[in-house]
Design a protein around this ligand. Structure first.
Ligand SMILES: [Zn+2]
Length: 339
């Protein structure tokens, strides 16, 4: 995911990474809460949680594999995530966990094969992210993996995912050709949809489609094309998990994203590349302004559109409102210079 930071650069306040002591154990699968902070879990427990979600979603029956194969897949995916500040394995597990709970709440319209496929897409959606955004690759002309002209990162995440899933021991090895084609198509479509450049088009689709309110979920069962679009939207929704978390959790992720953005700006300056002002906000005030802008103009309208389609997610809108108010309260009032 990306963010919009409306703040102007200012003297950087020291930002200490407030990651909690990674001491909490992986939560039981039937006790998963929306408030979960994966940063508070040890890496092995993050992996355990990811495997449990796949196993609980039925991967062993649907893909005809053993639990050991699932653990092997998760370990391999984990090893391909870098220790970046934000786009790391804990972020991937948070996205997967949010998607898992969305699928749990929005019931009855997805096929189990699709749910398992989308959970794998969520786990892999930022694989081998190096803490640099598409704008860096576009401006520097440096390649990540193969050369791509657009959706550079997302295409790299898809290619890396497919190579893991094709080589060696794979959870896809027993799938029929038709199943494999369906899996590839859905994973590619869903991960591509996490590029923020598609946010506006996806939002318009939801707003138009659900302008008269929610529709019968049963009808989705016979509409695979629409289901596919909605699943893509749900992965993008899960990627925007940050504003639905308790404020201390949301703040921790926001600081991490700001740090990663700032590091990119430093590199861009070193290399003489253009710097995007929204990534260059430094310090607490810029953080609060950036988050207020991002939530008000990007995340909240998106979650409202999802809630119009699936009213079961409506309670998250209150959390989002509370978080935006909390961010606003951290912005110092400008002295009134008007005479
Ligand atoms: Zn992401």
């Amino acid at each position: 995911m990306n963010s919009i930071n409306t703040g102007t650069p200012e003297v950087a306040a020291p930002i200490t990474m407030s990651a909690k002591e990674a001491a909490a154990a992986a939560p039981a699968i039937d006790e998963l809460s929306w408030e979960l902070n994966t940063l508070a879990l040890k890496k092995d427990d993050q992996a355990q949680l990811a495997a449990s979600m796949l196993i609980h979603a039925g991967i062993c029956d649907i893909f005809r594999v053993e639990e050991a194969d699932v653990h092997h897949l998760v370990a391999e995916v984990m090893s391909k995530y870098n220790e970046t500040t934000f786009h790391n394995f804990a972020h991937a597990v948070s996205v997967m966990h949010t998607l898992y709970l969305l699928f749990k709440d929005i019931k009855g319209c997805w096929e189990p094969f699709e749910v398992v496929t989308l959970l794998i897409a969520a786990l892999c959606h930022d694989i081998d992210h190096q803490g640099l955004s598409n704008s860096y690759y576009q401006n520097s002309k440096k390649a990540i993996g193969a050369h791509y002209d657009e959706n550079i990162l997302e295409r790299h995440h898809i290619a890396t995912t497919m190579s893991i899933l094709t080589e060696g021991r794979s959870v896809l090895s027993v799938l029929s050709e038709a199943e494999r084609a369906r899996f590839d198509d859905l994973v590619e479509f869903a991960i591509l949809g996490t590029d923020m450049s598609f946010h506006g088009t996806q939002l318009k689709f939801l707003q138009e489609e659900y302008k008269d309110g929610p529709q019968d979920l049963e009808a989705l069962k016979t509409d695979p094309a629409k289901r596919k679009k909605l699943m893509q939207s749900l992965l993008h929704t899960a990627d925007l998990y940050n504003p639905i978390k308790p404020f201390d959790v949301t703040r921790e992720w926001a600081i991490r994203l700001q740090t990663e953005f700032n590091q990119q700006c430093d590199l861009e300056r070193q290399e003489g590349l253009p710097v995007l002002p929204f990534m260059d906000g430094r310090g607490e005030t810029a953080l609060a302004k950036g988050e207020t802008g991002f939530i008000s103009f990007v995340a909240k309208p998106w979650w409202e559109a999802i809630a119009a389609a699936f009213p079961v997610v409506k309670p998250h809108l209150d959390t989002i409102t509370n978080n935006v108010e909390a961010w606003k309260s951290l912005i110092p009032t400008e002295p009134d210079t008007a005479k």
